[in-house]
Design a binder for this molecule. Sequence first.
Ligand code: AKG
Length: 381
Amino acid sequence: MKVGILDSTLREGEQTPGVVFTVDQRVEIARALSSLGVAMIEAGHPAVSPDIYEGIKRIMKLKREGEITSEILAHSRAVKRDIEVAAELEVDRVAIFFGVSDIHLKAKHHVSREDALNIIAEHISYAKSHGLKVRFTAEDGSRTDLDYLVKVATTARDAGADRISIADTVGILYPSKTRELFSYLTREVPGVEFDIHAHNDLGMAVANALAAVEGGATIIHATVNGLGERVGIVPLQVVAAAIKYHFGIDVVKLDQLPKVASLVEKYSGIAMPPNYPVTGDYAFVHKAGIHVAGILNDPRTYEFMPPETFGRSRDYVIDKYTGKHAVRDRFERLGVKLTDQELEQVLAKIKSTNSRFLRDVDLLEIAEEVTGKVLKPRPPE
Ligand code: AKG
């Protein structure tokens, strides 16, 4: 199985409402993504604004100097000026998109299916004549008539695209349909590689991306923290963890994911919820007594993979759900010895509070009340 990541935080990610990156931030994010090990970085659509143009220019300078090693792409409409701008920037690849569903052809492009094929071929050839590698994106591909989609992909390939992105632009695919779609396309249109661009409107983007890979796609589009239009696309950290668990493949340096997630959280201004998979604060934090007893005995009881794989560590919280094992472990860690009876009394008091989080100082206070002694915790290491 062959699979890599195209990160589109700087293009799709910046299409999140309220997100704008400065040029310096774009360069820093590209550097971080490259050292994370993503195969490709979609660095922006340079015709959109001067700062995106400038960002790609600086990213390409770092690429020439060897500081960035990922393949760098520029997004482009099927418009000659967009392609010329990408060529001017000497990006590794231009990604030309065109809406190919009947809805897009009629309501957006106002062209027939036949005319669309000519436009696609013409612009891919134009990009090739400028020495660019081309990915063609069948925008709204998931809502496109299948026979026509095969014609689109064949036309793009024959015009010189060596990659085709099938975009689930409105996020309506589900896994079995996605697998079928990609199996069919890879069989019907040989000689080209396929990308999956999956939006998360129905919460199935990661599942669809994995299903596309099973169907033969070799590149998954993702953004850090799942940024993107509306509710975004495949979150990089989640899909990377899923690929590691299910396929045993490291698509990026997994232990660097939290660092990159925090960087993008800071620059995007979009806070990561604490219950976010892999990089959220609670991703490896346990609570119920049964769960904590389980992880203290063998973490595999309630963890799909060790948190250290992702540069994280495990923890548990203390509140009314807590059991004796957790309380004993916490006091042992604090270097405070309590008898079994005292532990039971402490636990009873914990259960009668409705505090959200009991901190170590709160636990010591309860234990002092129970024992009637002044307790001295071991100083933190
Ligand atoms: C979309 O269709 O949602 C896009 O953002 C274009 C995707 C692509 O270029 O692969």
